[in-house]
Design a protein around this ligand. Structure first.
Ligand code: PLP
Length: 421
C-alpha cells in the first residue's frame, strides 16, 4: 500500500521478522504503513506492538465487537473442544446462524448459504445471478472492490486489473446532487449494455461504497437503481462485507439506510469478529431456481466453530447495544472530523459516511498517505481509499467510547498541523 522506511531505521525485531517474512511469504503480500506494525496482541479497540506500545485501531473493520472479545473467545474455544464438522451432517449451529441472520432481514429474504470469505459469497451471488437471469452483464462502481477470485478481480476496478467479460462500470460522484443521480448512472450503464448486445444479470454494490471513499448520501439513493435492475429482469447484490453487522449505525445492514430489498446480501469480514465465516443470503425462490441446476457444498463454510463465532458476534452486537453505539459515537466522531475539516479546509476537504464508517477526503493520495503514516506514528491506525487513494477511511470497532474518539481526534489534529506546516 505504501513504500516502506529503509530497513536500517526499523527496530531490530521488525527488521528480523520482516527479513524472515520476505524469505518465505510471497512478495505479492503488502504491509500497511511506512513503518510496518508488528502487532502481538489486541484488546477492545487497541492493538499492541512488540514493544508494548498501544495503537487505537480505527482501520480494521473485522473485529466489529473489539479485538479478542471475551464472550467470542469463550464460545469459539468451547465449540472447538466439542465438535467441529461441516454441513453434510445434521447439526444445529448452521441452522441457528441462518435463523438469526434471516430475523434481521426483510421477509423476502429466505435462504442462507455459508461460506468462508466475502469473495466466495460474491462469487456465488454472481454465478447464481447469471444462471437464473440468463444474462451476463454486471454493473459495479469504478473504485469498487468485491473480492479476490479471478471472477471478482475483474469486478474490482480499484485493483487496476482489466475488467472481466461483460462488466460495466459507473463513475460514482463523491457528493451526489440528489437520489436520482445514481439511478441515472445505472440507467446509462444498462443502455451501454444493450448497445453492446449484453443481457444484464446484476448490479453489485457495497452499500456504503467503502473503496469508493464512503459515499453515504443522500440516504436512499439506491432505490431507483433497484427498480431499474428489476425492470430489466436483473438482480441487485448488496455487498455487506464492509457495512454489515451494524457499522452504519442504522440497523444491521447498510442496505436498510436505502430502504431497499436486494435480491442477494453478501457478508463476511465482521461476521465472526476475525474468525473466517461469511454468507450469502437470498430470496427463497432464487435459491430454489439455483438448486434446480446445481448443488453447493463448501467444506469449511458453515463449520461448527465458524458458526459459534458468528453467533457469539451477534450476541455481543445485541447485548452491548453496538449498533446504537455506532450511531452515537459515529455521529460524534463525524461531527468532530467535520469541525477539524472546517479548521483545515486545504487538507480535509469533506467528511462523509454513516455510523462508524467515515470517509475523510483530502486533495491527493500523497497528502492522505502522509496523514495515514503520521497517525500510525502517533498511535492511531487508519487507512486510505477512493480515487487516487485520496480519501481516509476511519472504521474503529463498534464499542469505541467517546473518550477514545476524542483521543483519535486529538492525534488527528496534531498530525494535520504537522502536515499543514
Ligand atoms: C466490499 C468488499 N467485498 C468483498 C470483499 C472480499 O472479502 P474477503 O476478503 O473476505 O474475500 C471485501 C474485502 O475487502 C470487500 O471490502
Amino acid at each position: 500500500m505504501v513504500s516502506q522506511m529503509p530497513m536500517a531505521t526499523l527496530t531490530p525485531d521488525t527488521q528480523s521478522l520482516l527479513a524472515r517474512r520476505e524469505r518465505v511469504l510471497s512478495p505479492s503480500y503488502r504491509l500497511f504503513y511506512e513503518e510496518p506494525l508488528h502487532a502481538v496482541r489486541g484488546e477492545g479497540v487497541w492493538l499492541y506492538d512488540a514493544q508494548g506500545r498501544r495503537y487505537l485501531d480505527a482501520y480494521n473493520n473485522v473485529p466489529v465487537a473489539g479485538h479478542c472479545h471475551p464472550h467470542i473467545v469463550e464460545q469459539v474455544t468451547r465449540q472447538a473442544s466439542v465438535l467441529n464438522t461441516h454441513t453434510r451432517y445434521l447439526t444445529e449451529l448452521p441452522v441457528l446462524v441462518a435463523e438469526r441472520l434471516l430475523a434481521t432481514m426483510p421477509a423476502e429474504m429466505g435462504s442462507v448459504i455459508l461460506t468462508n470469505s466475502g469473495s466466495e459469497a460474491n462469487d456465488l451471488a454472481i454465478r447464481i445471478s447469471r444462471m437464473v437471469t440468463g444474462g451476463t452483464g454486471v454493473i459495479v462502481t469504478d473504485c469498487a472492490y468485491h473480492g479476490t477470485s479471478d471472477l471478482l478481480q475483474g469486478m474490482s476496478p480499484v485493483t487496476g486489473l482489466p475488467l472481466g467479460k461483460d462488466v460495466f462500470t459507473i463513475s460514482l460522484p463523491l457528493e451526489m446532487p440528489d437520489p436520482a443521480a445514481f439511478t441515472a448512472l445505472v440507467r446509462d450503464a444498462l443502455d451501454r449494455m444493450r448497445e453492446a448486445g449484453v443481457k444484464p444479470a446484476a448490479l453489485l454494490v457495497d452499500t456504503i461504497f467503502g473503496s469508493d471513499g464512503a459515499v453515504s448520501d443522500p440516504v436512499g439513493f439506491l432505490k431507483g437503481a433497484v427498480e431499474e435492475m428489476h425492470r430489466e429482469g436483473a438482480f441487485v447484490i448488496a455487498d455487506e462485507v464492509q457495512p454489515g453487522f451494524g457499522r452504519t449505525g442504522a440497523g444491521m445492514w447498510g442496505f436498510a439506510r436505502h430502504g431497499i430489498v436486494p435480491d442477494f446480501v453478501t457478508m463476511g469480514k465482521p461476521m465472526g469478529n476475525g474468525h473466517p465465516v461469511a454468507a450469502l443470503v437470498t430470496r427463497r425462490e432464487i435459491a430454489e431456481a439455483f438448486t434446480r441446476h446445481q448443488r453447493y457444498f463448501n467444506t469449511f463454510g458453515g463449520s461448527s466453530v465458524s458458526c459459534a463465532a458468528a453467533l457469539a458476534t451477534m450476541d455481543v452486537i445485541e447485548r452491548e447495544g453496538l449498533i446504537a453505539n455506532a450511531a452515537t459515537v459515529g455521529g460524534y466522531l463525524k461531527q468532530k472530523l467535520s469541525d477539524l475539516a472546517a479548521r483545515h479546509p486545504n487538507i480535509l476537504t469533506s467528511v462523509r459516511g454513516a455510523g462508524l464508517f467515515i470517509g475523510v477526503q483530502t486533495p491527493s493520495g500523497e497528502i492522505a498517505t502522509r496523514i495515514v503514516n503520521g497517525l500510525r506514528q502517533s498511535g492511531v491506525l487508519i487507512g486510505g481509499a477512493g480515487r487516487g487513494n485520496a480519501a481516509l477511511k476511519v472504521r474503529p470497532p463498534l464499542p469505541i467510547t467517546q473518550d477514545e474518539a476524542d483521543y483519535l481526534i486529538q492525534q488527528f489534529e496534531q498530525v494535520i498541523q504537522t502536515t499543514a506546516g
